[in-house]
Design a protein around this ligand. Structure first.
Ligand code: GGG
Length: 350
């Protein structure tokens, strides 16, 4: 029996996580669920976005099902107390450096894509986003210039070990798929990216069977809408991965469709699973959120943390079947509520 921590968070986080938990429970597996407070909800109740009891639960759990964090009412708080610090703190505390973000076009959903159907149909890729470095964690601060102007800075930084380990995740994943790896950087401008490219090339020597291409992030953004079918596995840094995966989500229909797994090694035992979307405060509490990304994240949890491939595939097949049968939340152009979409997935569960 495994312990699954449920950290639902803010905004639509609790709504979509509820549906994912229903699907997990419907599988009839002998897992235990324990909820914890995180983000703005934790700040309101306990004065910190990542309180010690939540961190303790995260360390004790076999896997974490995470919703979303973010609350516009807390925009004025100092950075270290903002809801978003909870997810950054969890990633760092658990060493979750590898973020897998699969973007696949589900049959029948082509009409929801921002791309032409024949282009959208070709999309089947995984973005491997580095998660514990880059500008997110580099030295940051505020000050004043000599002229007295207000100034802010966030340092972009990677060391060779950080680049090598995420590059290996990318190569390993490509090895198991179509053997095509695109490493995305901005090496024509950034020193960090020059190191990135150097190290990725060194790791490539261990993977002669994988075809490696380097691409500047601006070109990658363009190719993602021009010829997305050419991508198999993309490996990139924290910031570029964040941006490109939001873009990829609209190519497959909606940001409500993309799950993610954050792992501390290629097939890590401890992992955090969350939809790539945020808390969407504008639609929170209205039953409009698409729970598919959260449900698909639960499938990734079973696959990567609990080694239960069969159950993971059951969930994925149910989402595909529900979509195929016409279930659509408003982001996909439909009228299903969050719970009706959850019901449709449950009904399709074999
Ligand atoms: N479920 C994703 C989420 O809550 N995102 C909010 C956020 O602040 N994310 C930071 C990041 O993904 O880099």
């Amino acid at each position: 029996m495994a312990l699954i921590a449920i950290l639902a968070g803010d905004g639509i986080g609790p709504e979509v996580t509820h549906e994912a938990r229903r699907v997990l429970e419907a599988l009839g597996l002998d897992h235990q669920f324990e909820p914890g407070l995180v983000g703005g909800a934790a700040y309101r109740a306990l004065g910190h976005p990542l309180p010690p009891q939540t961190l303790e639960l995260a360390h004790r759990a076999d896997a974490i099902l995470f919703g979303a964090v973010g609350d516009p009412e807390m925009d004025g708080l100092e950075r270290t107390l903002r809801p978003e610090q909870a997810i950054l703190g969890l990633r760092k505390a658990l060493g979750l450096f590898a973020n897998l973000r699969p973007a696949t076009m589900f049959p029948g959903l082509e009409d929801a894509s921002a791309l032409r159907p024949e282009v959208a149909r070709s999309i089947d890729m995984v973005i491997v986003r580095e998660l514990t470095g880059d500008v997110y964690f580099g030295d940051k601060g505020r000050g004043h210039t000599k002229m007295g102007l207000r100034e802010g800075h966030d340092m972009m930084r990677y060391d060779e070990a950080e680049v090598a380990r995420i590059a290996r995740v990318g190569f390993e994943m490509a090895k198991r798929r179509k053997k095509i790896l695109t490493s995305v950087d901005k090496a024509n401008v950034l020193e960090t990216s020059q190191l990135w490219r150097e190290i990725v090339n060194e790791v490539a020597l261990d993977y002669p069977e994988v075809k490696l291409t380097h691409m500047y992030v601006d070109n990658a953004a363009m190719q993602l809408v021009r010829n997305p079918g050419a991508f198999d596995v993309v490996v990139t840094g924290n910031l570029f991965g964040d941006i490109l995966s939001d873009q990829a989500s609209m190519c497959v229909g909606s940001i409500g469709m993309l799950p993610s797994a954050s792992l501390n090694e290629w097939t890590g035992t401890c992992g955090l699973y969350e939809p790539i979307h945020g808390s969407a405060p504008d639609i929170a509490g209205q039953g409009k959120a698409n729970p598919c990304a959260a449900i698909l994240s639960a499938a990734m949890l079973l696959r990567h943390s609990l080694s239960d491939e069969a159950s993971a595939q059951r969930i994925e097949a149910a989402v595909i079947a529900a979509i195929g049968a016409g279930a659509r939340t408003p982001d996909l152009g439909g009228t299903h509520s969050t719970s009706a979409m959850g019901d449709a997935v449950l009904a399709a569960l074999q």
